[in-house]
Design a protein around this ligand. Sequence first.
Ligand code: ADP
Length: 415
Amino acid sequence: MSSSCAHGSNAGNESQRAEDASIAKSLSRIKHKLLVMSGKGGVGKSSLAVNLAAGLSLKGYKVGLMDVDLHGPSIPRMLGLLQQTPLQQRNGIFPIPVNDHLKVISVEVLMPDKDSPTIWRGPLKIGVIRQFIADVIWGDLDFLIIDSPPGTGDEPLTVAQTIPGAQAVIVTTPQEISLSDVRKSINFCRQVDMPIMGLVENMSGYICPHCGQESAIFKKDGGKQTAVSMKVPFLGSIPFDIQLMEKGDQGQAYLLNNPAPVVKEALDGIIEKIITTANQSQKEVLQPLMEVLPLMKATNVISDNVKIAIPMAEGTLCNHFGHCEQFALIDLQGKNIIQKVMVTPPPHEPGLLPRWLGEKGVDLIIAGGMGQRAVSLFNERGIKVLTGAPQLNVEELIAHYVNQTLITGDNVCDH
Ligand code: ADP
């Protein structure tokens, strides 16, 4: 029998919701989130995270790099930031700037002694990771690169679930032991519904430190073949280059410090593919909004009035459409809210809400998750639906909507 009292669990739920809201708010200003993952440690996950971030920043993108690996945070070491302490204020932690376009934060800031291993106990780890993600103040970013803990356990699961809209970049080496781990990572992403941006094969072939040419001492192409057989995009291979290791040990980002041309070309190719795929997926995400806007303009509702309904719980958008506490009904004129009322829906009954909201004159619903059948029922009544919107409050959602910056992610329907 559970001994937890109702008040305690309510308080827990409330603080979890507050944390969810703060995470959603901070992440809504980031265009693309990439989770760099690997089935096991030592395959070059952190090195890739550092060089992706450095390479994207060199191209002028605003980039954040976050190290969430509680057991082996290595990003600060690789970037020579061990002596730097990020600014911490009451409202959160500010990442450390590396250059004009790149900021970095590591979970290491939460560790008392950087040289001794920290023993984290089960649920504490999950709490720390969530709290950390909620607390970092990034501002506007084009890319957030997250160095996730290796494997497919609770920690990468927490990261995947805490950062909605993230896409996975999976790193492997060409060897069979690493390849069987990568297959687990691919299945993990599929189970948690995280899109896979692609697979990178690291330490593929060898760059001779004397002549700078690639030679076939190490195996090659195992990652590429796995990508083909598992039907995952292949982003490219990075050769083994002793310089890459040495620069990492010296606290220098390889791509920012005279990389070997062959390795630079390999990394640049991977980065280009990532940029193309990220832009493509953003188009797909914005598509529903683009479909709604011309329709509203055609019916003149955007210049006159639009009535928007948002399912709400505890002051922010509620992901459970059919079970929300209240609906916010917003009358919008142009970009201005002219009226906002909160209404309590009738008890849940399939098919009832489309009629009820239709009778209230609703033109558009901004929702988190909604079943496909419900979406069709609304559409049949001429009510448009945007799904996968972040858990923000009404004013924030409407501000994003009118400024056309509302990012709608996956339809996270729980039915
Ligand atoms: P992980 O994050 O998967 O544990 P790291 O990025 O820490 O792996 O890499 C493990 C070691 O391998 C580090 O010493 C790193 O410098 C080195 N390394 C990674 N990629 C390469 C590469 N392509 N060539 C040479 N050394 C590499």
